[in-house]
Design a protein around this ligand. Sequence first.
Ligand code: XMP
Length: 514
Amino acid sequence: MTGAFDTVLVVDFGAQYSQLIARRVRECQVYSEIVPATVTAAEIASRRPAGVILSGGPASVHVEGAPGLDPAVYSLGVPILGICYGAQLIAEQLGGSVGPNRRGEYGRAEMTATGDGGVLLAGLPSPLPVWMSHFDAIAEPPPGAIVTAATAASPVAAFENPDRGLYGVQFHPEVEHTPQGREMMERFLRRACGAELSWSMHSIIESAVASVRDQIGDGRAICGLSGGVDSAVAAALVHTAVGDRLTCVLVDTGLLRHREADEVEEAFGRHFGADLVRIDAANEFFAALEGVTEPEAKRKAVGEQFIRAFERARSRIPDAGFLVQGTLYPDVIESGATTHSSTIKSHHNVGGLPENLDFELVEPLRSLFKDEVRSVGAELGLPPEIVNRQPFPGPGLAVRIIGEVTPEAARTLRHADAIVREELRRAGLEQEIWQSFAVLPDIRTVGVMGDERTYGRPVVIRAVTSSDAMTADWARLPHEVLEAMSSRVIAEVDGVNRVAYDITSKPPATIEWE
Ligand code: XMP
C-alpha cells in the first residue's frame, strides 16, 4: 500500500527510539519504515527513499563489532540524517572523529547555534533545550561539513553538509524533551529531502483500499471480529474495499465484556451493513472450561473452542479464500518479518487460529502504528466505543476469573468490570489508562451489610498505565474514583462484599492476573 508515498527509511542501530523516530516522521506526514542496520546500499536504493535516518544505538562506534552502515549508502545521493550514534557513525565513517567524552551527557542540555544554524536550526531560538543521552561525542565532523550547534559537553552537537546531503545531531530530536525537535525533523524532510508531505489519513485509507482490492480481486474474504480495535479497523477497511464480499465472524464466547458482542454487531451490521455471522458459543466455551483452573489450560481450552466456532462459521462461506488479520506494524517489527509472512501468530487477537487454515492472509494494517489505526477507524466511521477501546486478551474474562470459570462467575465479573470502566470513563480518565478492569479471585471474605453477616467474594480492581504492555505501572487513580467504583460494585453486584485495588507494577506482576 505504500509504493505511492515518499518514504524515509530509519536504519535501526538498536535504539530504544527507532519506532519513535518512524512515528515522528509519519506525524510530519511522510511515510517511514524501519530497516535493520545490516541493510545494504542496493536494498536502500531499490526502495528509492526520499531520505534515510540513522537511529541512535547503545554501542560506541569504537567497540569491536559495533554496527556500521554499508559505506556505499553515502554515495547514493539520498539525504541522510544521523541521530546520536547515527551522527557519530557518519563522522567516523566519513573522515571525522569521535572520542569519549569526559563525563557523557544525559538529559536536558542547553544548545547554542554556531554560525547561522544551517538548514536544520536557522532562525530557531538559541540557546535551545535539547535531550542528550550519550557517552562518546563527535570531536570533528566529516571534512566539508560545518558545525551548526554546540553544548557545554558536546562541541559538535549538530553538523551538516547540505551539498552532500549529510546531517548529524548528537541530541534526540524525536523525544518530547526536545521541544523544537519536530520542527527540525520537518526541515530535514522538507528542505533536505524535498519529501512530499502526503501521508495523511485520507491518503492512507485510499491506498490501503486500493491494495486490498488488488489482492482480493473478485474473491471472498472472512474476518474474525474480537471486539478489539485492530480487527474492527481491518474489517472496516476491507469492507470499504470489497463490500459484501467480506463476511465478518463474531464469536460470542460468553467471556466478552458487557455489551461487547452487541456493540460490534451494531457497528458492523447496522452502521456498515456488513455481512456478519454471529456464532453464540457461550455454552460450548463454559462446558470446555468446566473444572479447568490452570491459566494455560484455560487459554488452550478457549483457543480450541474458538477454532471450532470459527470453522462452523466458515462452513457457511465455503468459497472464502482470504482471511483478514489486524496485524500492526509493531507486530511486524517484533517478529523480525521483512516480507509478508503466511503463518498466523498464536497470540493474535482473534484468539489463536491454527496455522493450517487454508487462507491467503490480508493484512491491511501491516504498516500502521496503533494511533494511526485508531485514526483510520474514526475516519471510516467506527464509533468511539470501538475505536478507543482498551486492549482485551483473547481468552477474555477467563483469565480474570481465578479458579473455575462458570457462567455465574462470568456474570458477576462482567457486571463489576462494566462499573469499573464506566466510572473511569465518567472521570474522563479512559484515554490515560492503558487497561482497567475487574478481577474475581477465588476466595471468600466476611463482611457486614445492614445487620447481616455476609460471606461473599472480593473483586480486585486493576488499572495500569503503559505504552506497549511490556512494562506497566499501577495507575494512581484519584481516591474519589476508586471510592465510586467500590461503592457501586458492592451495592450493585450480587455476591461481592469487598473491593481491593491492585498496586503492583509489571514487572514483577503481569497486567492480567493469570
Ligand atoms: P500480561 O498479563 O502478560 O499482558 O502483562 C500483556 C498484554 O497482553 C494481553 N494478554 C493477552 N492477549 N491473549 C491475548 O490476546 C492472551 O492470552 C493474553 N494474555 C495477556 C493483556 O491483556 C495485556 O494487554
